[in-house]
Design a binder for this molecule. Sequence first.
Ligand code: ZN
Length: 69
Amino acid sequence: MSSYYVNKNAQSTGEHEVHESNCLYLPDSVNRVYLGEFSSCHGAVEESKKNHYQNSDGCFYCSRPCHTR
Ligand SMILES: [Zn+2]
């Protein structure tokens, strides 16, 4: 299991990126929301879409299977 976070700030294209806690591109603590522990990025992106930002997507670097844009 890994800890996942979503960026409070949207990308220029409108989506909020979901990151694993060890990602190089993890936003600063003030700019991220803790999503929880998940076995893969899929559950984390689902959680983010349901309870935080409907427009969420996985980070290209740490969550590539969930990166769709
Ligand atoms: Zn990332």
